[in-house]
Design a protein around this ligand. Sequence first.
Ligand code: 13P
Length: 251
Amino acid sequence: MRKQIVAGNWKMNTTVEEGVQLAKDVLAKSAEVGNGVKLITGVPFTHLYPVSQIIGSSNIGLAAQNCADEPKGAFTGEVSVAMLKSVGTQYCILGHSERREYYTETSEKLVKKMALALEAGISPIFCVGERLDQREAGEHFNVVKAQIEEVLFTLSAEQMANVIVAYEPVWAIGTGKTATAEQAQEIHAFIRKTIASKFGSKIADDTTILYGGSCKPSNAKELFACPDIDGGLIGGASLKADDFIAIAKSF
Ligand code: 13P
């Protein structure tokens, strides 16, 4: 059975002090969320350790937003999966469109990052999604399929069982524009079918596929009601504990 997950991606927001307070607020309200729903907070590197001290052994998971594509060594400014693991990181967002667009995150690099994360026992939250011009050209299925094939298809079935997928149409991220529930369901079903074509229907059925892109309390219910949408990867609305929790209560 796949898990229902609501994950926050704080991106490059909050100071450590603000982030610790936000984590405390999320923790305080987390009891309101249904038992079957897993919460994850995706925080900046500097926040991982202090936030891990707040969420402790609660049901809230800890995610980084990136990792190095090398295990260790002379790579100034990079953060390895071993470092992430050493501060209690359980998940890592990989392939976010902002990293693909601004930081030359290629599929080649992502293959290396995914393998390193999985080897370290960190579950990747692997993001896919098309740009507006690609959707308008009717290319969205092909774009998402290629993103999956180039990275996820390099994994073993055992590795794939530890991956969470997030569909984030670039045109809906931070724009206030959300994919309609029909648009999101259509492509989530396609993602699951693509995963099944390589790994079989059991693994595909068990893969959690999150929707991301201006997901908020007012639209989460409709999105989460779709059969192939298993939760959300939340940007802006994860910076307010009340909104984040309201989204997690939308199943
Ligand atoms: P917004 O929820 O701010 O649109 O961001 C979505 C996102 O990019 C999550 O990773």
